[in-house]
Design a protein around this ligand. Structure first.
Ligand SMILES: [Zn+2]
Length: 127
């Protein structure tokens, strides 16, 4: 990750990595933001196992997907057959975020280096 990246990366190396990131982003499949949680419920039926006084066994797990987008938070249930798909999409979104964060980090670094190089060039020209 970024923390172990040498500060001595050249602009060329940074631009090369950004090129790789673009290719990795283009190769990503379906994605969605959010996180999954498990829920267990108690129903309304009398004498149901979920209300057993000795050993209550609540119904579930039910899987709930929550996410925030555009400042709006949403929660929906996910049926069990869709879990693998949803998990894959959540993982893809994490990869997407990691790659874009890295791109921004590299872009900031490259911008700073270019600015410093321009200052050096101006200083050299004024001599
Ligand atoms: Zn029940």
């Amino acid at each position: 990750m970024l923390s172990d990246m040498k500060t001595t990366l050249s602009i060329q190396q940074i631009e090369q990595r950004i090129g790789q990131i673009k290719a990795e982003l283009a190769a990503l499949g379906d994605m969605r933001p959010g996180s999954l949680s498990k829920q267990y419920n108690v129903c309304g039926k009398s004498g149901c196992r979920c209300k057993d006084p000795e050993n209550p066994q609540r119904h579930g797990p039910y899987y709930q997907l929550s996410w925030v987008h555009g400042g709006k938070s949403t929660t929906q249930f996910v049926r069990r057959p869709f879990l693998p798909l949803v998990k894959a999409e959540l993982a893809t979104y994490k990869t997407f975020r990691r790659l874009t964060d890295e791109w921004v980090e590299l872009a900031l670094r490259a911008a700073k280096m270019k600015l410093e190089a321009a200052k050096e060039a101006a200083k050299a020209a004024s001599k």
